[in-house]
Write a protein that binds this ligand. Structure first.
Ligand SMILES: [Zn+2]
Length: 84
């Protein structure tokens, strides 16, 4: 099975929010877009971030049957940055 999310996170060159050139990158729990660490920080400050994360984790388990702590999984990179 081809993992499209991986392609997306590897190929992204710019943050989808602020258009900064990406070094470390991470996925948004809101829309699964590839964003920079600064935008992630801003996302984490949103009052609904915890709820959004929980929903994301639940959905991820259903979709991928992988725990979010699995480093090979889609969910993992919503919480841990991906570095090339
Ligand atoms: Zn950004």
């Amino acid at each position: 099975m081809k993992e499209e999310w991986k392609e997306k996170i590897v190929r992204a060159t710019q943050c989808s929010r602020c258009h900064e050139i990406l070094d470390q990158r991470i996925l948004s729990v809101y829309d699964h877009e590839v964003i920079c660490m600064m935008c992630k920080k801003r996302e984490e400050e949103r009052p609904d971030y915890d709820d959004a994360s929980k929903d994301m984790i639940r959905q991820c388990l259903v979709d991928t049957e992988r725990q979010y702590g699995d480093p090979g999984g889609f969910c993992y990179h919503h919480f841990y940055p991906y570095t090339r």
